[in-house]
Write a protein that binds this ligand. Structure first.
Ligand SMILES: Nc1nc2c(ncn2[C@@H]2O[C@@H]3COP(=O)(O)O[C@H]4[C@@H](O)[C@H](n5cnc6c(=O)[nH]c(N)nc65)O[C@@H]4COP(=O)(O)O[C@H]3[C@H]2O)c(=O)[nH]1
Length: 883
């Protein structure tokens, strides 16, 4: 309901209530007033009836007197005797008339009321007629009674006529006296109508004759037919019955009340006609004050009710507001809400429920919600019994359930059930509120998966593998505790030269290769073995339930065989080997961390042994690893601590021993480890990335020195060793350019040596970098030449100027035929490519001679000089110049 609607409803309620109070008040008023009015009305009516009856009696008395007068006339003995004689035929009419006339005139004259009289003989014949009188025209009616009273009009005068029978000797009628009376006395009474109220009128009615006597113009009696005065007509039946009573009439002339009372003797009746309104006005007036009081009280009650209703309405308004709020919360809530009865049957469901499930509240109405949803643990058939128990104890339950959608598919939901109790504490309704948590669960699963699985290969990651290893160790410890044998093996698998693949073919190819390797490793292992990826090109295999170390070796061989076949990635055939380190529980470690670390150490040893092989962990290996670790730490600080130094080994022409340059060789004087040979620390520097800092230092120091010699007028070409890592991962071109600019050294006084192994391993990218270096004006030499089987065609594509024959081929010259063949082949090859050759490790003159014979141009070696510190080298140079 909107706010204006609510206001309207409130106003309507107040209006209805006020109307109710008003009606009630009026009803109460009426129920009081009506009887009151009736009583008052009956009072005035009764009073008027009594007056009417009294008036009737008064009139009756007059008529009775008329009748008595008539009787007195008839009873005069002498006159009656004469009439008897006449009746008997004993007296003639004339005599009778003569005798009677004066005797009747006399008494008639004594009463003003008598207008006239007629004495009739036995046959109705007129004996005497005096005053205003006439023989009745309806003898049969008149003579039927001994005394007959009626109203007549003679000569336009209304008169009361009383006909009295004159009894004879034997009681028979011998004559009749008909007396006519002036009705003035009657009219006098009829004129005094004020006592019945203003505008009241009285009528003396002779019902049998159908006439009535009224007055006009104050006292003038008027006789008229009843039919002429219609109102009296309507009470005629009651008048004929001689009843006392009243009638209320309404006609075109208005409303009147007719009171009537009989005149007992004559059969006449008095009818009093009073106009309605003024007659009942006094009765109505009695109602004025009670009505005013009732209305006043009703008004007060209405006002009071309004006041009483106002706070009630405010409360209703508040509650309506709350209800409206609750309804809008119910309908606009994000959560699905279902209200059920105490048997968990759906009463109502909100819009969110429909949105989530696709089912409407109508479809759900009356459904058993417990049967509708499913427990999160589908095996738990008693779950709702537990829910019910908790609802009874705590009135609330929350947990995961599964709901169906309209499509039939189920989804997980987090649900809260609350029991809503009535005042008696009986649970009447349950409110189910739930959220669709399918997305949250999916992302949780995703996060769990990300946290435990490697994205690239889908294999368990380091965390999960470590966890599984921990579990396996735990199980193994328990088995051993129970007296059983339990051996575990951890195989640390590291791909050989994977970095080269990445560098040469790009990361996408590297990633695909890793995926293929993961698949092959997976196929090579049993289902119960664990395979994981630790990162980069490192994989870990966990083997349980081994009975001897050889079982682990067998698996390592299987892995090698699995990888032996070349992998084809994006059309390229890639041979990838793996170095595998094996650590065993319990001999090589009792915690996951130790086992993994020791397998890693063994893997390094396998790499050192020439790669693509496996190695069991040994205690000595552990020591080497520690030493390696210590060395890396020391090396890290070596540059700052100024522990590095350059040694220079002279290079000379074979033909005349003329020194033209020197190879720069790095030396590390570690305060902890003493003098460390480059063969030991350079690989560590490469592995740890320190090679970039160290290489830069060497380049800078060597060029600075060479520039000093150049400036001093003793230009010497220096050969600086470059590590493969510097070429591939660093920005060696920019670095060399920068150092040359910084020192001012003429570029062709700088030669960079790159090992043959590196050049072969990094065909394309390496060649490009060499071309850029060459473009700077420096010369390039391939170091350790002969160890890598470079092909002639391959060499042709590289911008190198010099080959340095590895000293391992020089050492046994000229006695070793193979070495002689290799060296002479290299010489021929170099010659055909227009490359110069430097022979390394020339220790004896036999070497020198032989090489000279082969046409080798340059050499270096102990024969000439060992690598020398700067001062010694400069002294050597000075001596050589002098020599
Ligand atoms: N037996 C014998 N040995 C001789 C003879 N003449 C020279 N040598 C040794 O042979 C090595 C020649 O250096 P390399 O082949 O470039 O081999 C170098 C080079 O690969 C690397 N290295 C040395 N300094 C650096 C450097 O500054 N940067 C890089 N990246 N590598 C370096 O360390 C390797 C070993 O260097 P060193 O121990 O100085 O060993 C040097 C040198 O002392 C000889 O007549 N007989």
């Amino acid at each position: 309901m909107s706010k204006p609607d609510l206001k309207q409803t409130q106003q309507r309620i107040i209006a209805l209530a006020a109307l109710g109070v008003l009606l009630t008040g009026l009803l109460v008023g009426l129920s009081t007033a009506v009887p009151l009015f009736h009583t008052a009305r009956e009072g005035v009516e009764q009073t008027t009836l009594v007056s009417t009856t009294a008036q009737a009696d008064a009139l009756d008395n007059i008529v009775v007197r008329y009748r008595d007068i008539a009787r007195q006339f008839t009873s005069r003995t002498e006159i009656r005797r004469r009439l008897q004689a006449y009746a008997d035929g004993d007296l003639p009419m004339a005599t009778l008339r003569e005798y009677t006339e004066p005797r009747l005139r006399d008494p008639m004259g004594q009463s003003d009321a008598i207008a006239g009289l007629v004495r009739l003989g036995p046959a109705g014949e007129t004996v005497v007629e005096l005053g205003l009188a006439a023989v009745p025209e309806e003898p049969e009616t008149v003579f039927a009674d001994t005394l007959h009273t009626t109203m007549v009009v003679l000569e336009g005068q209304p008169l009361v006529r009383v006909a009295a029978a004159i009894p004879g000797r034997d009681g028979e009628r011998i004559g009749t006296d008909v007396l006519y009376f002036w009705p003035d006395e009657l009219a006098g009474l009829l004129a005094g109508s004020e006592r019945f109220g203003s505008k009241a009128a009285q009528f003396l009615v002779e019902p049998a004759a159908g006439v009535r006597l009224g007055v006009e113009g104050g006292h003038e009696p008027v006789l008229a037919g009843i039919a002429d005065a219609g109102r009296v007509d309507s009470v005629l039946p009651s008048l004929l019955e001689a009843e006392v009573g009243l009638s209320r009439l309404a006609d075109d002339d208005g409303r009147v009340v007719l009171f009537h009372a009989p005149l007992v003797d004559s059969g006449w009746a008095l009818v009093v006609e009073v106009p309605f309104a003024p007659f009942y006005a006094p009765a109505a007036r009695q109602l004025v004050w009670p009505t005013v009081i009732v209305l006043f009280m009703v008004g007060l009650a209405t006002l009071g009710m309004g006041q009483a209703l106002r706070p009630l309405m405010r409360r209703v308004s508040r509650q309506t507001g709350q209800l409206r709020l609750a309804a809008s919360v119910f309908d606009s809530a994000q959560e699905a809400i279902i209200i059920t009865d105490q048997d968990h049957r759906v009463v109502q469901a909100n819009r969110a429920f429909t949105e989530v499930t696709g089912l409407t509240g109508g479809e759900m109405g009356g459904r058993d919600l417990v049967a509708f949803m499913r427990p999160a643990d589908s095996d738990n058939t008693y779950w709702f019994a537990q829910v019910r128990e908790q609802l009874q104890q705590e009135s609330a339950w929350s947990g995961e359930v599964w709901y169906p959608r309209a499509t039939g598919e189920y989804f997980p939901a987090w649900q809260t059930i609350s029991a809503v109790h009535d005042d008696a504490g009986e649970s009447l309704r349950y409110i189910y509120i739930f959220n669709d948590i399918s997305e949250r669960k999916a992302s949780e699963a995703r996060i769990r998966r990300l946290a435990h699985y490697d994205v690239l290969t889908g294999l368990p990651n380091r965390a999960l593998v470590t966890e599984r290893l921990r579990d396996a160790v735990h199980r193994a410890v328990e088995r051993r505790g129970a007296g059983h044998e339990a051996m575990l093996a951890v195989l640390f698998v590291d791909l050989d030269h994977f970095k080269d693949v990445n560098d040469a073919l790009g990361h996408p190819v590297g990633d695909q290769l890793l995926q293929r390797v993961a698949q092959r490793l997976g196929h090579a292992l049993r289902a119960q073995d664990t395979l994981g990826r630790l990162g980069g090109d490192e994989f870990l295999v966990l083997l349980e339930g081994l009975s001897r170390p050889e079982d682990a070796a067998a698996v390592a061989r299987k892995i090698r065989r699995a990888l032996a076949e070349p992998q084809v990635v994006e059309g390229q055939e890639i041979f990838i080997g793996a170095s595998i380190g094996i650590a065993l529980f319990p001999t090589d470690g009792r915690t996951p961390e130790t086992l993994i670390q020791n397998a890693d150490t063994a893997m390094y040893q396998a790499k050192d042994r020439g790669r693509n092989t496996f190695q069991f962990y040994t205690t000595e290996l552990g020591e080497q690893t520690r030493e390696r670790f210590d060395m890396e730490g020391g090396l890290r600080r070596a540059v700052e601590r100024d522990e590095l130094a350059l040694h220079f080994q002279p290079q000379a022409r074979l033909a005349d021993d003329q020194v033209f340059g020197a190879e720069v060789l790095l030396r590390w004087h570690s305060p902890e480890l003493g003098m460390v040979p480059p063969d030991r620390f350079i690989p560590i520097a490469e592995d740890s990335g320190l090679i970039h800092r160290i290489g830069h230092w060497v380049l800078e120091a060597a060029c600075t020195q060479a520039r000093r010699w150049e400036v001093a007028g003793q230009p010497l070409r220096i050969s600086v060793n470059l590590s493969g890592a510097q070429i591939v991962h660093g920005d060696v071109v920019r670095e060399v350019r920068h150092v040359l600019q910084q020192t001012g050294l003429t570029p062709d006084l700088l030669e960079l040596e790159i090992t043959e192994g590196f050049v072969i391993g990094h065909a394309e990218r390496g060649a490009e970098t060499l071309r850029q270096l060459r473009a700077l004006g420096v010369s390039l030499a391939i170091d350790d030449f002969g160890t890598g089987y470079s092909s002639l065609s391959y060499l042709k594509r590289l911008p190198v100027q010099r080959l340095k024959i590895d000293r391992s081929f020089i050492r046994d010259l000229p006695d070793d035929a193979d070495d002689c063949a290799i060296v002479s082949t290299v010489m021929a090859m170099a010659h055909s490519l227009g490359l110069e050759v430097v022979a390394e490790g020339v220790e004896v003159q036999a070497h020198q001679r032989y090489l000279n014979e082969l046409g080798c141009q340059y050499y270096q070696g102990y024969l000439l000089s060992k690598p020398l510190p700067l001062a010694a080298f400069e002294a050597y140079l000075a001596g050589a110049q002098r020599g």
